[in-house]
Design a protein around this ligand. Structure first.
Ligand code: NAD
Length: 385
């Protein structure tokens, strides 16, 4: 068995209704919380009540859209001014990433940029982040159990990650009931992100026995739950399963890496205002098809080929399914969910060389089961427009 490392949140609490414990759990982490949340959630008043009942003072900060370096710097300044000693992220991946970045910068010296690659020195975080309670309200990113925060820098049109095992949240509190209010389109693209995050680590060059367990579990459950949650947002079983798949994806990606979908999604997300999950959804069947072709022609003995066959069986629920049946199933989801082409977000053929060049340097690309050539990546993007 190969050597591996596995790290996750200090504590994970999962279940329908566990949100009611959030005030008590927060009070164990600190007495002045920096509460990062999205613009609106039907349970936001209840969260305030739960914090008050547990004598936790709080300062609120709203995140509307995917976070940027400047936004996090503003948040850190407010958290320091408010004397906050813990952070709560109550929202989608954008909110939780902001909360994790604030936690890290509350305890580490210097400026956020010092710790970022490309625009700064890429220094390593050395001090454990302030305790963070991550409460996801979408079922997609798994950010509540990952060690990074994805931040945009609009001036140079890139997205970078602040990354360290010291950023893992103290507590991940996953209550699927909080996702009931997510509308169908966001259910679809965040759900496709969750699916991608159990699929890519399963064929990643860094896959290990521990992450394989999580991926298999997620891949076996996602194919019924995702269309069901899309069709009926009140379907409790489907919402529970999708929150579970999202959590599994976070556990897997943080420890086995990802692949070409995320390698391409990183520069596209920096250059265009497109939801992360929608980009992943559009790319996923195209990347799987390209990987299959590349593996068969250049590395026919690569075990990822057999893994793609297993994945196809789980997605189609047919044990005799071939890898191409899995691709067809993914394509059908993209069409059923109405996932648009990347051209919708302003991307054109002229942008493709820059995206390809940047993607080859993206950390996720290194997990892809086979290195893809610039020509192969270009063809994927042409089809994704
Ligand atoms: P999001 O957080 O941007 O939210 C999408 C939309 O859904 C927003 O408009 C938000 O207000 C709304 N929303 C959230 N919860 C809702 C609810 N319960 N009801 C109704 N509306 C709700 O989307 P996301 O896909 O969760 O997160 C995307 C971000 O996460 C991107 O920046 C991406 O790069 C990042 N990400 C991070 C990791 C990680 O490990 N750190 C992994 C994957 C993606």
């Amino acid at each position: 068995m190969m050597a591996f490392e596995f790290a996750t949140a200090h504590r994970i609490r999962f279940g329908w209704g566990v949100f009611e414990e959030s005030g008590r759990i927060a009070s164990m982490l600190g007495n002045v919380a920096f509460l990062v949340r999205g613009k609106y959630h039907p349970d936001q008043d209840r969260l305030r009540d739960l914090l008050r009942e547990n004598q936790v003072l709080f300062h609120e900060f709203i995140v509307d859209g995917e976070p940027t370096v400047d936004l996090v710097k503003q948040a850190v300044a407010q958290a320091i001014e408010g004397g906050c000693n813990c952070v709560i992220g109550f929202g989608g991946g954008s909110v939780i990433d902001t909360a994790k970045a604030v936690s890290a910068m509350l305890t580490n010296p210097g400026q956020l940029e010092d710790y970022l690659e490309v625009i700064g020195a890429g220094k390593t975080l050395e001090v454990p982040a302030a305790p963070c309670l991550a409460i996801p309200t979408t079922a997609g990113t798994g950010s509540e159990v990952t060690r990074n925060a994805v931040l945009g820098i609009p001036d140079v049109a890139i997205k970078v990650s602040l990354r360290s095992p010291l950023m893992l949240p103290a507590v991940a509190l996953v209550d699927p009931a909080l996702t009931r209010s997510v509308p169908p389109s966001i259910t679809a693209y965040t759900g496709m992100d969750a699916l991608t995050q159990v699929l890519e680590p399963y064929v990643s060059v860094r896959a290990n026995v521990m992450t394989d367990m999580f991926c298999r579990e997620g891949l076996q459950r996602v194919s019924k739950a995702l269309p069901a949650a899309f069709k009926d947002g009140a379907d409790q079983e489907a919402r529970k399963t999708m929150a579970w798949v999202s959590l599994l994806g976070g556990l897997a990606l943080a420890n086995a890496g990802l692949g070409a979908v995320h390698g391409l999604a990183a520069p596209i997300g920096g250059m265009f205002k497109a939801p992360h999950g929608a980009i992943c959804a559009r790319l996923l069947p195209l990347v799987v098809r390209t990987n299959l072709k590349a593996l068969r022609s250049r590395q026919p003995e690569n075990p990822a080929l057999e893994r793609y066959r297993e994945i196809a069986g789980w997605l189609t629920q047919r044990p005799d399914a071939q890898p191409e049946d899995g691709v067809a199933w993914l394509e059908q989801m993209v069409s059923q969910f109405g996932i648009p082409g990347l051209g919708t977000y302003g991307m054109t053929r002229q942008d493709i060389p820059v995206v390809v060049e940047r993607s080859l340097r993206a950390s996720s690309m290194k997990g892809n089961p086979i290195p893809l050539t610039s020509d192969e990546l270009t063809a994927i993007l042409e089809d994704a427009l």
